[in-house]
Each structure stands twice: as C-alpha cells, then as structure tokens.
Design a protein around this ligand. Structure first.
Ligand code: CA
Length: 218
C-alpha cells in the first residue's frame, strides 16, 4: 500500500520511511509542499502523512488544494503545531486525522490502516470475503481456516483487490498501487503474482476480466 510522507526534517522523514516500511507499507517521501502537491496530482496513493510547516507550500495549503480538486484520499496531519486551534483548522481543512509530533510509529501505522479501510467503506479490522480473510495489521491471510504464506507483493496485491472487492482493477492501477514509484516492473509480474495467489488459495478466488484486469467478487 503506497503512502506518501511529506516531511522536511531529514531525520524524521528517514525514520518515518523506515518505520512505515517495516509496518508493511510502501512509503514514498517528499520534502516540501510543492513537491507533495505535484506528485499527488499525478500518482495514486492510499494515504498521505502530511507535515504542516513545510518549505515552498504550507501543508494546510496542500490539503486545501487537494480537497478543492475533489481528491478523497485519506490525509493524516503529523505536526508539531499542537494547540486546539491548530487541530481544528487542520481537520476543518480536510484532514481525516491529526497526530502531534513526536508520534509513536505503531500508532501511526494503526491509524493509517484505519483510515484506509474507512476510505474503502469498511469498518471491521479483519477483511473477510467468502472463505478468505486478511488481517492488515498482522498481515496474516487465511483461506478456509488455514494460514496462507504470501510474499509481500502477493499480500499487497490481495489486499488491494479485497479493498476494492466487486470492482475491476486494471493492470496499471494494480501496478501503481503495489510497486514503488519508478520501479521497473516485468511485463508478466502481475500475472505471476495472481497465479501464485490462486495456487495458494483457490483457483476461482481472483477473476480475470479479459483485456481489462482483475477482480475479487464481493
Ligand atoms: Ca516541518
């Protein structure tokens, strides 16, 4: 799951990137508001961790522009601005959550998981479709009661399809969600992951929609 970190403090940005990667996310990191605005207009992310005090464009301005454009992606503001007025103006500008620095990385990861599942219209922390269940926190997958061992990419692919159950996702959409930006992707990599997922669960779990992409029926 791709997360954009917007943070100008190098130590903190580095720490966030490492921590979120260890929590199973695919973080990308930009260091100013202008860069954040540009990348968010052109690249899909599952959520954003947004600092407010940023060079070139304030975080609140980035947030207001995103919402003015109609972008719905979850935004968690992570900032040193800690007065009630700051929190209120952050939430009222379109933030979905607000954390004060310094923050606990485990808590940040849990809040991001909650924001992403809410944005997908789900409330239960463990996703369940038929005999398949997936726990985004422990990254545990079960099929018909037995645990299924997946590679990180296979897990991300399955998670993305389950978050969008009932919808066809194109190859391009899936690739942009599960591979880091700019990474070379082998042309058949997605098919190989789908093949492995079917083999490890059941052959009819993921439907191929010819010439379009894949879906997991709801
Ligand atoms: Ca800052």
């Amino acid at each position: 799951m791709r997360i954009l970190i917007v943070e100008d403090d190098p130590m903190l940005g580095e720490g966030l990137q490492t921590g979120l990667r260890q929590a199973g996310f695919q973080p990308e990191w930009v260091k100013d508001g202008e860069a954040a605005w540009q990348i968010l207009r052109h690249e899909p992310f599952s959520a954003v961790v947004l600092d407010l005090g940023l060079p070139k464009m304030d975080g609140l301005e980035v947030l207001k522009r995103l919402r003015a454009e109609g972008q719905k992606l979850p935004v968690l503001v992570l900032t040193a601005r800690d007065t009630a007025d700051d929190v209120i103006s952050g939430l009222d500008s379109g933030a979905d959550d607000y954390m004060i620095k310094p923050c606990d990385l485990g808590e940040l990861a849990a809040r991001l998981r909650a924001l992403v599942r809410r944005a997908a219209g789900a409330a239960a922390p463990i996703m369940q479709i038929g005999m398949l269940s997936l726990d985004p926190a422990s990254r545990e997958v079960r099929y018909d009661g037995r645990e299924v061992e997946l590679s990180p990419r296979e897990f991300d692919l399955l998670h993305e399809l389950m978050l969008n159950a009932g919808k066809v996702l194109t190859r391009a959409q899936l690739e942009s969600k599960i591979y880091p930006w700019g990474e070379e992707v082998e042309s058949n990599a997605l098919e190989v992951h789908v093949h492995h997922l079917r083999r490890k669960t059941s052959s009819d779990i993921i439907k191929t929609v010819r010439g379009v992409g894949y879906l997991i029926p709801r």
